[in-house]
Design a protein around this ligand. Structure first.
Ligand code: AMP
Length: 140
């Protein structure tokens, strides 16, 4: 994976406003927040997308994400928020080191805006589609 700005943050070569750290995970304030308290949670493992992340690093992130959400909500004073995780440039990923955004959604506005052009699940295609994903998830 190509070096990213998050590698430099992990090595302490550029500063961040750290909010949490353990053996596998670092969390810090986003430099371009969508709302007050916008936090990034990153694995120390350096991979670009979530699908590449090891089970160990994924488990470490999963263990702390809810706790970090609670902390961000407590301090930002709202009980609503988005957890966003972008993979690939078409999906709005700009820094190619896996990261989770925790973005408070304040009552007074701000936070993540979402365009959600929902379609309609095709009832004929759905069984085969589900089976294909089920088989892929099970490793066949
Ligand atoms: P994404 O579009 O999901 O790749 O988001 C990348 C995020 O990283 C953006 O929200 C940026 O504001 C944030 N970011 C980039 N550089 C830094 C930095 N040095 N410190 C904190 N956040 C950063």
């Amino acid at each position: 994976m190509a070096e990213t700005i998050f590698s430099k943050i992990l090595r302490g070569e550029i500063p961040c406003h750290e909010v949490y750290q353990d053996e596998h995970v670092l969390a810090f304030l986003d430099i371009g927040p969508l709302s007050k308290g916008h936090v990034l949670v990153i694995p120390k493992e350096e991979v670009a997308t979530l699908a590449e992340l090891s089970d160990e690093a994924s488990a470490a992130i999963g263990r702390v994400l809810p706790r970090l959400c609670r902390a961000v909500m407590k301090v930002s004073g709202t009980d609503q928020y988005n957890v966003l995780q972008n993979n690939g440039p078409r999906a709005h990923q700009a820094v190619f080191h896996v990261h989770f955004h925790i973005i408070p959604k304040p009552l007074e506005g701000g936070g993540l805006g979402i365009d959600w052009p929902a379609g309609q699940l095709d009832a004929e295609e759905a069984p085969a589609l589900a089976e294909a994903i089920r088989a892929a998830a099970n490793g066949s």
